[in-house]
Ligand binder design. Structure first.
Ligand code: HH2
Length: 277
């Protein structure tokens, strides 16, 4: 059984703690929904400020797109993009660094990040050494090829068991603050994603705090296009309702941290879920 040293927020009138929000800040030219918008550090910092004002608890700063098919970039480019932004955002709020590289994680923590958001779930010992929080995400394969033929026997059990093993090891290494994240869209078909969303309570039941990121993802584009009878996916900017619905669905099952682009809408959902006024 996992346990968190992250203090829960007080339960609202509906008896649930207020879920925390991780606001997405992609300092990249090519992220699937906000690529190119925040490459300029001033614009990136202004967006972080706006998300904090809207109720984000942590700003998740990433310098490499990991959307399906994305080409990896070199660590120096990743660092050049994120370090100046992390330094400034860490002065006004809590920062997570969204990276899969150890060197980048180390330099980001030196610049002020206090959480490593790790899509490879492999940097737990680094988080332990640096004394920071760690989000362990499940991914099958690598971003370039992960959507070619994702295969599972029992996707919920496999993802859960993988994450619990990684979380237990990181706790033994000394990480206090750990979240497990099923990694929606990372080496998963629509059916895999829906099975994980519908059975998120199986992850919550492990006792490890659960983080979830469905915001604007193509699983929503696929579902919404289907309900319209359209052939093509709806574009990321038209996925707000699906993003809020899936975030809410996750919160109702007990997710404690939700990674979102649209902080204001997610904050409203979180307040309703908690019964917070
Ligand atoms: N999804 C993305 C990136 N990082 N981290 C966690 N813990 N969970 C997620 O679901 C997750 C993540 C992908 O989304 P985004 O950063 O918006 O796009 P891109 O990879 O194109 O930059």
């Amino acid at each position: 059984m996992g346990s968190s040293t992250v203090p829960p927020t007080d339960p609202g009138q509906l008896g649930r703690p207020l879920p925390r929000l991780l606001g997405v800040l992609n300092v990249t030219p090519d992220s699937f929904s906000d690529g190119g918008r925040y490459l300029d550090p001033d614009r990136a910092v202004a967006h972080a400020e706006a998300m904090l004002a809207e109720g984000a608890d942590i700003i998740d700063i990433g310098g490499e797109s990991t959307r399906p098919g994305a080409d990896p970039i070199d660590p120096d480019t990743e660092l050049d993009r994120i370090i100046p932004v992390i330094e400034r955002v860490a002065a006004i709020g809590r920062v997570a660094v969204d990276t899969r590289r150890e060197r980048v994680a180390r330099e980001a923590v030196a610049a002020g990040a206090t959480v490593i958001n790790d899509i490879t779930a492999s940097l737990g010992s680094v988080a332990a050494e640096l004394g920071v929080g760690w989000i362990a995400m499940h991914m099958q394969g690598q971003p370039q090829t992960m959507q070619q033929r994702p295969t599972y026997g029992d996707v919920v059990a496999e993802v859960r068991d993988f994450l619990v093993a990684r979380a237990e090891r990181a706790r033994a290494d000394g990480v206090d603050e750990i979240w497990i994240d099923p990694g929606f869209g990372f080496g998963k078909t629509l059916e895999h994603n829906l099975a994980l969303l519908a059975n998120l309570d199986a992850l919550v039941a492990t006792g490890w705090p659960v983080a979830v990121g469905t915001s604007r993802k193509s699983m929503l584009g696929q579902l919404i296009a289907r309900s319209d009878g359209a052939d093509q996916q709806t574009p990321p900017e038209d996925r707000l309702v699906g993003s809020v619905v899936t975030a809410t669905y996750a919160m109702l099952q007990g997710a404690e941290l939700v990674r979102v682009h649209d902080v204001k809408a997610a904050r409203q959902a979180a307040m309703v879920v908690a019964g917070e006024s």
